[in-house]
Design a protein around this ligand. Structure first.
Ligand code: FA5
Ligand code: MG
Length: 414
């Protein structure tokens, strides 16, 4: 799962990230705790809530935008390195030299040339330059941000970009509509765009994002568009949705700066882009109260997302603050054919009651000579309001062993 080797070498002059070694200098400010998160790739970790919501959004795009042969029109990039040159994160996106996001107090620098991406928008120019018109980019991003319920220094974003030729935007209506004009920039519009371009792009962008939002949360979701500023889009908006009685910002978007497209070698198209926060959307979708929970390895958290289909409705139930205690039990099955693991799950719940948080099969094997089959189960216990003692859990386990034999499920080995 966590395949990055992030460690500082002995002399402290080099930094090792993903099997590559980097020079450190006066700009270096990545910390060991941030390096540990590199390579976690929660967006690619099956059955993790960040993966599930990413799949749902991806399925929305696959379903809603198909070509003539039913092929999905959006390409997805989910495996691009988070270590990027500063130019990709800032300069190519027209972020001014004095913009606060460049300050080392706001971003994580590997050294003066490389950084941990602060948004997945950093890949947009490369992908447009490669010739794509519709694509999604998913990944982990890093910011020296505050830490609270909705902010964490590592989180996950999905960017979407869509370019249009004149025929696509005006849908072949032959009214002499034009993409471009020359004029001045106003608060509403870029200099290069006609009013028609602006209107059609804005309507398409907002419709796409609103349909997505309603496909996730239903038609009744409360939302509002807020005007805002990004160096790479104009005009720009943020979308806020209602979350526990408050407004929560879930994405930023806007009309792509025409200078960026020109820089990418695209001269006869216009486009929109958005970047959304996967944690924030997952918090709303699954009722997860705190962004820090996404980093939990606690099986009480993870097991609630143990589904194969990302469309399965899940409502997160708060887990106890008290620690888990796990114990294993193995037995030879009395009758392989009539036995089902559900028999043991039921028994564990009957004996352990509310203390049993999770039961899972961790091993099954058939003896080559005797032909007998053995199952090993891990029973995880936790109390909602206090610490459990090993003693009381040993007692429950002892009862469980006796009941396995009494109920003729099997013969206990350990
Ligand atoms: C951006 O990062 C822009 N790149 C988005 C964009 C892309 C705009 C393309 C226009 C065109 P912003 O900094 O607002 O924007 O972050 C986008 C989303 O990431 C936020 O709306 C929020 O949902 C999420 N987010 C931001 N900071 C954090 C954080 N510290 N923890 C968790 N989620 C965060
Ligand atoms: Mg924002």
């Amino acid at each position: 799962r966590c395949f990055s080797q992030a460690s500082e070498s002995n002399n402290g002059q080099k930094l090792e990230l993903f099997d590559k070694t980097y020079d450190v200098d006066h700009m270096t400010n990545v910390t060991p705790s941030i390096m540990k998160k590199l390579g976690s790739n929660l967006h690619n970790r099956k059955k993790h809530p960040i993966y599930l919501i990413r799949q749902r959004i991806q399925e929305y795009f696959y379903r809603s935008y198909v070509g003539r042969t039913g092929n999905p029109l959006y390409a997805v990039f989910d495996n691009l390195s988070p270590v990027v040159p500063l130019a990709k994160n800032f300069d190519n996106l027209l972020v001014p030299p004095d913009h606060p996001s460049r300050h080392p107090k706001d971003s994580y620098y590997v050294n003066q040339n490389l950084m941990l991406r602060a948004h997945t928008t950093c890949h947009t120019c490369d992908i447009i330059s490669a010739g794509l018109d519709r694509f999604l980019t998913v990944g982990d991003v890093y910011r020296r941000d505050e830490i609270d319920r909705t902010h964490y220094p590592v989180f996950h974003q999905m960017d979407g970009t869509r370019l249009f030729s004149a025929e696509e935007l005006f849908q072949r209506s032959d009214h002499g509509l034009k993409l471009f004009e020359s004029g001045g920039e106003t608060v509403h519009k870029q200099a290069a765009h006609t009013e028609d371009t602006l209107q059609l792009l804005s309507i398409d962008l907002k419709k796409t994002l609103l349909n997505l939002t309603q496909s996730l949360f239903g038609k009744d979701i409360s939302y509002r568009w807020v005007d805002c500023y990004f160096p790479f889009t104009h005009p720009s908006w943020e979308l806020e949705i209602e979350y526990e009685g408050d407004w929560m910002e879930v994405l930023g978007c806007g009309i792509l700066r025409q200078d960026i497209l020109t820089q990418c070698g695209v001269n006869s198209k216009v486009g929109w882009a958005f970047g959304l926060g996967l944690e924030r959307l997952a918090m709303k979708l699954y009722s997860i109260p705190d962004v820090r929970l996404f980093w939990s390895e606690d099986t009480g958290f993870l097991s609630q997302f143990n589904v194969d289909d990302c469309q399965t409705p899940i409502k997160y139930k708060e887990i106890s603050k008290f620690p888990q205690l796990a114990q294993d039990i193995s037995f030879w099955l009395t009758d392989v054919d009539s036995y089902s693991s559900n028999d043991f799950y039921d028994l564990a719940r009957t004996v352990g009651g509310e203390l049993v948080e999770q039961v899972e099969v961790i091993d099954t094997f058939t003896h080559p000579k005797s032909g007998r089959t053995s199952h090993t189960y891990r029973v995880t216990y936790r109390h909602m309001h206090r610490n459990l003692t090993t003693q009381e859990i040993n007692q429950v386990q002892q009862q469980l062993r006796s009941r396995v034999e009494q109920d003729l499920l099997g013969t206990v080995r350990v």
